[in-house]
Design a protein around this ligand. Structure first.
Ligand code: PHE
Length: 349
């Protein structure tokens, strides 16, 4: 009997040693210790033994069983470790492989221009402010000296939402907002860039475009004059477009400024000699500007005898086009990556 148990143990050990994976081990467990295993059979057969032999053999069989169980447990642990090892091996990352390239976006040229303008004017003590794109007729026109039926309204064909509300046609609406909001009548030095809308669509106009507005108001005795306006715009244009730009102020008309000017820069392409960009004139129109109209001051809570200042406004797309030499405005709206991704490089030049 004893030798049979020994034999059984040996065979079991041998089998356990040859196990390769956990499935095989599970099967072997059933085979060695299950209900139909030899060990179970031996235990079942104990009843047939003599009372003297029974405890002896019983102890031996149980011992053998425990030993086999322990061996299986050890084997199980080993297999688990082996599997983990293999998994780790498989999952190691080869850092020498080339990575997946992440497509990096770049700032839109119009936003670059906005940031540059804001930085410049902040450095001159201006506040950056904003106003609503859905504007009231009152702020977009009335408070800017453009009452209902004023012929100058025709120059800005508008998207009206209701009789009262429209998509703002000009950032000048923010001039009125800045004045009305400034109940303390502290000096105003503000710059405001944003979207504007007009009902026009052709090669050089879009129904949506960007404008930037500047407004300076101070007490009369501070004498904010046309000379200040000229100096400010000169700094603005030279910084944004090029050091060698000359400025020209042409008398013009805007309902909210008096006197009003159209500001041209010398053509940066031909240097003023005349080319296709400047239509052979040597000059390119860039800004509208002027001294704030007394009516506008009055309508927005300021005594024109006591306060005065200047305002200017310009289109952002045109500035971006001049700055970067973009030949067609439509490039700015079509979101072509090949176009948009060029500007990181251009700004570094
Ligand atoms: N808002 C004017 C336009 O859209 C530009 C302008 C702004 C003119 C401020 C004078 C002063 O044409």
């Amino acid at each position: 009997m004893e030798s049979k148990i020994e034999e059984l143990k040996k065979i079991a050990e041998e089998k356990i040693k040859n196990i390769q994976n956990s499935q095989e081990l599970q099967d072997l467990k059933v085979q060695l210790l299950g209900k139909k295993s030899e060990i179970s059979n031996l235990l079942k057969g104990l009843g047939a033994l003599s009372p003297e032999e029974r405890p002896k053999v019983g102890a031996l069989v149980n011992k053998a069983r425990t030993e086999i169980e322990e061996k299986i447990e050890k084997a199980e642990k080993k297999i688990k470790e082996k599997m983990l090892e293999e998994k780790i091996q498989k999952e190691t990352i080869d850092i020498t492989l080339p990575g997946t390239k992440i497509q990096r976006g770049s700032k839109h040229p119009v936003n670059r221009v906005i940031e540059e303008i804001e930085d410049l004017f902040v450095s001159m003590g201006y506040d950056v402010i904003s106003g609503p794109e859905l504007e009231t007729d009152e702020y977009c026109f009335e408070r800017l000296n453009l009452p209902q039926g004023h012929p100058a309204r025709d120059m800005q064909d508008s998207f009206y939402i209701t009789n009262e509300y429209l998509l703002r046609t000009q950032t000048s609406a923010v001039q009125a907002r800045a004045m009305v909001a400034n109940t303390e009548k502290t000096p105003i030095r503000m710059i405001c860039a944003g979207k504007t809308y007009r009902r026009e669509d052709d090669a050089t106009h879009s129904h949506q475009f960007g404008q930037v507005e500047g407004l300076v108001i101070d007490k009369k005795e501070r004498n904010v004059s046309l000379a200040d306006l000229k100096g400010t715009l000169e700094i603005f244009v030279k910084k944004l477009i090029g050091k060698n730009c000359e400025l020209r102020f042409r008398p013009s008309y805007f309902p909210f400024t008096e006197p009003s000017y159209e500001v041209d820069v010398s053509c940066f392409k031909c240097g003023g000699k005349g080319c296709s960009l400047c239509k052979q004139t040597g000059w390119i129109e860039v800004l509208g500007a002027g001294i704030v109209h007394p009516n506008v001051l009055k309508m927005n809570g300021y005594d024109p005898e006591k306060f005065g200042g200047f305002a200017f406004g310009t289109g952002l797309e045109r500035l971006a086009m001049f700055k970067y030499g973009i030949p067609d405005m439509r490039y700015l709206y079509t979101n072509d990556i090949r176009f948009l991704s060029q500007f990181d490089r251009k700004d570094e030049e």
